[in-house]
Each structure stands twice: as C-alpha cells, then as structure tokens.
Design a protein around this ligand. Sequence first.
Ligand SMILES: Nc1ncnc2c1ncn2[C@@H]1O[C@H](COP(=O)(O)OP(=O)(O)O)[C@@H](O)[C@H]1O
Ligand SMILES: [Mg+2]
Length: 243
Amino acid sequence: MLNVRSLQTYYGRIHVLKTVSLHLHPGEIVAVIGANGAGKTTLLKTLVGLLVQQSGTILFRDRDISHLPTEKRLQAGLVLCPEGRKLFGDLSVQDNLALGAFSRKDRQGIKADMQRLRDQFPILNKFWTRPASSLSGGEQQMVALCRALMSNPEVLLLDEPSLGLSPLLSQEILKAIVSLNRNQGLSVLLVEQNARAALKICHRAYVLETGRVVMEGEGRELLNHKGVQRAYLGKGYDKIWER
Ligand SMILES: Nc1ncnc2c1ncn2[C@@H]1O[C@H](COP(=O)(O)OP(=O)(O)O)[C@@H](O)[C@H]1O
Ligand SMILES: [Mg+2]
C-alpha cells in the first residue's frame, strides 16, 4: 500500500530524516514511536508532500508519488490528520468537515459520508453548528479525525491524536481508530507519544531515533522488548483497551 525507501529530509541545512524506510500493508495499523524531536512529524509531512524530500522514493499503491503535489496525493487517498488538530476555530463543525472534502467532486458520496460519520460519531451531531473552537480538546480531536475521513483516505496518517487529552479521551480516540481499521479496512500510519497505547493497538511498529529507524517489529514484540520498555514505556496508562 505504502512503501517508503531511503527517505531523507532537511530543514535548510539541518538533516532531519536520515534514510527512513518503512512499509504499510493494506488493512494494517503501523505505529511510529520515538522521542520528541525524533522526526515523526517531519516524516508524515514529507509523505504528504508538505516538506520536500532530498532523496528516496514514496510508492503509494505501486505508484511513485514522490514528486506529486500534496493535493494530488490527497486525491490519491493519502491523507494527513495533523498534529495539534488545526481546525478552523471560527467555522462550525459542519464546515470543518466540508473542508475535509474540498478536493472531492462526488457530491452524493460526500453527502453520504457526512451522514455516515454523523451516525458513527454522535458527538458531531451534538455540536454540528457550533464553532469548532468552542469544543473541548477531545471533541476537537474527534472532529479533526472526521475531517480527515471526509477526504476519503486509503491510508490515514495520524500525528499524535491523543496529545493533550485525558487517558479516557485518548482511549476513545484510539478505539475509534481501531474500529475504522477493523470495520472499514482503513490503513493507518499512527504517530503517538504514548508508545504503550500505540504498540498495543498496532499490528507492526517502527522506532524512530534522530531521523533513523532503529527497530521494527510486531507491536507485541516491541512491547516486550527490554530496550523499548526502558526508553519508551516508562509512563503511560496500563489499562488502555487492547486490539
Ligand atoms: N520548521 C523547522 N525548522 C527547523 N527545524 C525543525 C523544524 N521543524 C522541526 N525541526 C527539527 O526537526 C527535528 C524533528 O522534528 P519533528 O519532526 O517535529 O519531531 P517529532 O515529531 O518526532 O517530535 C527536531 O530536531 C526539530 O527541532
Ligand atoms: Mg511531532
């Protein structure tokens, strides 16, 4: 589905991604864990073309998309739900969702998807005409997730969906992600600070350290790995619901 080879990205002269390779099979949740500043956001932004890669290839459904503009990647089904939600605070929940569909032309499909999301996430109905900024952090994160879903993703790239949320709300977001994966076959590349939760819900995971993949394996395998435990699993909640 997604096959990333030897990706390198710079900010000016600062070399941030140093040959990152990873892949994602259809129907998988793949987690990327790593400390603050490891390059996780840089990786996701490079994948959708918001940052220009210095070298490497990004194959999406067997097609080289490395040189496509962001909008074309979006239309192809590679969709980023960015860190920090980035909703339009003055706009209603409805309008934020509509913006998620801006690059689509299938009006009937858009309408149907909006209704499906309203049925699936009752929180949308509750706040449908309210400005997004009046919602709580957790509610806004749900809206951001739904806005990304309105772009009709084949692969959803999620940047820190649980950032700043209470354990309970984090759990709800992660549950929603697992349910979308299970019931709708959505493939997900998940970046999470809460490594324990991410490793529990993912099929496979990569550990990113200062711009390099230093380890990869099944979620369960990494959860039990002593080095990973020492470096990344010190904190977090234990009772997170498991896949
Ligand atoms: N706009 C920028 N200009 C220069 N350096 C940046 C910029 N954004 C991030 N960086 C640097 O790139 C590195 C990776 O950042 P980032 O991808 O945001 O990490 P993460 O998401 O894993 O916390 C960090 O060292 C950060 O300081
Ligand atoms: Mg980040």
